[in-house]
Ligand binder design. Structure first.
Ligand SMILES: [Zn+2]
Length: 224
């Protein structure tokens, strides 16, 4: 049985027969981190893969343990958020692009991870409100504070409990990720130290919002 994030049907599970055969074309098209075309049959509420042809396998994900773990974390995000049918295409597009940038080593894994986490939150209806301080409307301060439980932003005069401090660089990156058009989503760079700070913050936000213990994330934190 495999899990597929589809363009139109959300996340589904489907049975595949004959994958153990080395000659089976369905074998590679249904392996982990493959982008494939599927012909599915629905009986009752069970899908079966009749045909599958491969478009792309993200081989680069296996090149090192951090890249592979982040790629598997993206799969876990799909499984936990399980996008509705109307969100599915945008979700799939995000995951495919993130896997591309991740496996081609075009950006740091921490940055791609943060982009994916925050944008997944936006698609799934958990978008943070980070335009300005939620209390007084101040747009920027030397340090701003992000409230993890409801995703609001505060300046240092309006600081609330359960907030984490964020630098202006991280705030600008967050605003870009949350509010930019998809075409511009990956078109920015920040220093690696800021990318790590951003990644920790987006991870805490996702974990707080879902109340889910991501096993791939725990593994990742054990190796970096
Ligand atoms: Zn304020």
């Amino acid at each position: 049985m495999i899990t597929i994030i589809t363009r139109d049907l959300g996340v589904i599970t489907a049975f595949v027969r004959g994958v153990k055969s080395i000659k089976s074309k369905r074998g590679s098209a249904t392996s982990l981190l493959s982008f494939s075309n599927f012909s599915l049959e629905l009986k009752g509420d069970t899908y079966t893969v009749n045909e599958a042809s491969i478009n792309k396998v993200f081989f680069g994900a296996g090149s090192d343990i951090i890249t592979l773990t982040v790629a598997q974390y993206f799969c876990e995000l799909c499984n936990v958020f399980r996008p509705y049918e109307n969100e599915s295409e945008e979700f799939l597009r995000l995951v495919l692009n993130s896997l591309h940038f991740l496996t081609e080593n075009k950006r740091s894994p921490e940055l791609i991870k943060a982009i994916t986490e925050l944008r997944v939150a936006v698609i799934a209806g958990y978008a943070p409100n980070i335009v300005a301080c939620d209390a007084c409307g101040k747009f920027e301060d030397t340090v701003m504070y992000f409230k993890l439980d409801d995703g609001t932003l505060y300046c240092k005069d309006c600081y609330k409990e359960n907030c984490v401090s964020i630098t202006l660089t991280v705030l600008q990156a967050m605003r870009h990720i949350v509010y930019s058009k998809f075409e511009q989503l990956y078109s920015f760079e920040i220093p690696e130290t800021a990318a790590k700070e951003l990644s920790k913050l987006s991870e805490r936000y996702i974990t707080y919002q879902t109340e889910h213990k991501f096993t791939t994330l725990e593994f990742l934190r054990g190796i970096i």
